[in-house]
Write a protein that binds this ligand. Structure first.
Ligand SMILES: Cc1cc2nc3c(=O)[nH]c(=O)nc-3n(C[C@H](O)[C@H](O)[C@H](O)COP(=O)(O)OP(=O)(O)OC[C@H]3O[C@@H](n4cnc5c(N)ncnc54)[C@H](O)[C@@H]3O)c2cc1C
Length: 305
């Protein structure tokens, strides 16, 4: 098929955080002249959702990144998709006596609201968004990617579209990358050691005591501790005076080793529950269930590092 016969100039596979930014950037730099299609398996109402349990993330983003995006592609993130401002990040040693401060303001996002803002911005730029399509593979002609193929989840039919350029933004577990059938230098599988098993809660809580090394409403806190988070770290990111995104990321191999050494059989959820339990500031934690958090209070996921 010649380039002119293709259905779109660009197909973006996956309408998560990255996919929507890529699509909006392409629209911006082409003066909205390119025909761009974003394809995602989720319904529009829950765009960007990673798993059944939610939009798993630490929710933190640097102010400079938000400003960069605003300046370069005219996309402005404001409240309510920005939920809470922070002044910086502080990393603590296991005994909390050594602190390394990473200055620089940032924001804690609401990852459930943000995709709706991204969707609105994309549609305003003339980007087409096709939801409820599970992509399975890339269409290949002469060792070149010419489109995407998958299943229309609504009427169970084959979905097949061609484009001059296909951009895979389906995330760390991408089936498109894993099943890539062209000769290229693209890494099709991510090494297990480069993946962190992560999980987090979004909690409303009562302040049980004061200890700025465990929770601070103005700072994102990171705990480096091989017992608490083998091969990774724990985080306590404030989403308000009494609201927190708290979680742990571990390297699976280091976690397995820690379990073996300590004669334990802990899973990731148990590790996170333990991490919440030892935090003296967080009293009476309740999974956040207000409209902006409902369905996003708890989850685990893999993330590449
Ligand atoms: C616990 C945790 C904490 C994190 N903390 C932070 C943080 O504080 N700050 C930060 O910047 N980053 C953080 N990250 C990383 C951040 O969440 C990811 O980098 C980001 O979500 C990646 O975006 P993405 O668009 O590439 O992928 P994803 O967000 O995974 O989006 C992929 C999209 O593709 C769609 N999709 C997938 N497969 C298919 C398919 N076959 N067919 C059709 N559609 C498909 C999905 O529905 C989804 O919409 C964290 C991640 C985790 C797991």
């Amino acid at each position: 098929m010649s380039l002119r016969e293709r259905d779109y100039d660009i197909i973006v596979a996956g309408g998560g955080l990255a996919g929507m930014i890529v699509a909006s950037s392409a629209a911006h730099y082409s003066n909205e002249l390119l025909r761009i299609l974003v394809v995602d398996r989720n319904p529009l109402s829950v765009m960007g959702k990673k798993t059944m349990t939610g939009w798993i993330c630490g929710d933190a983003v640097g102010k400079k990144s938000v400003e960069y995006m605003s300046k370069r592609i005219g996309i402005n993130w404001e409240y309510p998709e920005i939920e809470h401002p922070v002044k910086g990040v502080i990393a603590y040693s296991p005994n909390h006596k050594t602190a390394v401060s990473f200055d620089g303001e940032g924001y804690i996002l609401n990852r459930k609201l943000l995709p709706q803002k991204q969707l609105k911005d994309a549609i305003e730029r003339g980007i087409q968004v096709r939801d409820r399509v599970a992509l399975r593979s890339l269409i290949i002609e002469n060792n070149t990617v010419t489109g995407v193929e998958g299943e229309d989840l609504v009427n169970k039919s084959v979905f097949r579209k061609s484009a001059k350029v296909v951009i895979d933004c389906t995330g760390v577990t991408s089936v498109l990358r894993t099943n890539l059938r062209i000769k290229s230098f693209i890494q099709t599988r991510i090494d297990r050691d480069d993946l962190e098993a992560t999980g987090r809660y979004i909690y409303d809580f009562d302040i049980a005591s004061k200890d700025d090394t465990f929770f601070h409403p103005d700072y994102c806190i990171i705990h480096l501790d091989q017992k608490l988070a083998p091969g990774g770290y724990g985080w306590v990111f404030p989403k308000g005076e009494n609201k927190v995104n708290i979680g742990v990321g571990v390297q699976q191999r280091a976690f397995d080793l820690r379990n073996k050494e300590m004669g334990l059989r802990r899973d990731l959820k148990m590790l996170i529950d333990e991490y919440v339990h030892i935090n003296p500031v967080i009293g009476n934690p309740r999974v956040a269930t207000s409209e902006i958090d409902d369905g996003n209070g708890w989850g685990t996921w893999s993330v590449s590092v």
